[in-house]
Design a protein around this ligand. Structure first.
Ligand SMILES: Cc1cc2nc3c(=O)[nH]c(=O)nc-3n(C[C@H](O)[C@H](O)[C@H](O)COP(=O)(O)O)c2cc1C
Length: 209
């Protein structure tokens, strides 16, 4: 049984600053489509702000208890507002993009693709990978975490000056669990969630050749 649980209650013990910084750096190592990194994280530590966030998060007490809560946002337009340029510049500097011709091809291909997809799905797809990196990195460093979707997006946006068209995708409380932790709720068997070759077709472990 995995050790990580969605922590129901937190102690007030603070998260060391250097650890928090390292976790945020690890989160930003997540992959993203065209390496466009549309995630934006708001670190909430201030007591009054945690109270404000709790009110916007369906009054969940852990939002106020945990010493740190991260508001995970995604900006579906950031690629048009400078992030595409920054990514290409970084890629050239790092030696991944050899020249301007390749950069232009990425820009053209990327822009056409991004204009063809649902921006909400796109930004959620990318941001939740970084969110998961952050959660698992925190757990691997001995912190406890609680992911949350129980919040009113409009209220969170208003309280934390989050502009349109940025989406608020999830909250992550970080800190140290106040025992007792909750019990493992089990998971579906693979037969229920894994298919083979077509949706609904049962997956079977193959006998070794
Ligand atoms: C994206 C996401 C949103 C969640 N939102 C909430 C929430 O708002 N409040 C809450 O108490 N738990 C929330 N949970 C925790 C889940 O209920 C929990 O992960 C699930 O029951 C499995 O339990 P475990 O993570 O301890 O194994 C959320 C989990 C995820 C992944």
């Amino acid at each position: 049984m995995p050790r990580r649980r969605a922590t129901p209650a937190f102690k007030t013990d603070p998260v060391p600053e250097n650890l928090l910084q390292e976790l945020l750096e690890l989160a930003t190592l997540a992959p993203s489509g065209y390496n466009l990194q549309p995630w934006r994280f708001i670190v909430v530590r201030d007591e009054a702000n945690r109270k404000k966030l709790r009110a916007a998060a369906m009054n969940q007490p852990k939002v106020e208890q945990a010493p740190v809560v991260i508001i995970a946002c995604g900006d579906p337009r950031a690629w048009q507002d400078g992030d595409m340029d920054q990514m290409l510049q970084d890629g050239k500097k790092a030696g991944f993009i050899p020249d301007e011709r390749v950069a232009e091809a990425i820009r053209r291909g990327g822009s056409a693709y991004l204009k063809s997809v649902d921006p909400g799905i796109w930004v959620t797809r990318q941001t939740m990978i970084a969110f998961t990196y952050l959660m698992l990195a925190a757990e691997s460093y001995g912190l406890d975490t609680a992911p949350m979707e129980g919040f009113w997006e409009d209220k969170v946006k208003q309280a934390f000056a989050i502009p349109e068209p940025v989406r608020v995708l999830a909250l992550l409380a970080l800190g140290y669990a106040q025992p007792p932790d909750k019990k493992y709720g089990d998971r579906f068997d693979l037969e229920r969630v894994v298919f083979e070759e077509a949706f609904g077709r049962p997956w079977r472990v193959r006998a070794p050749a």
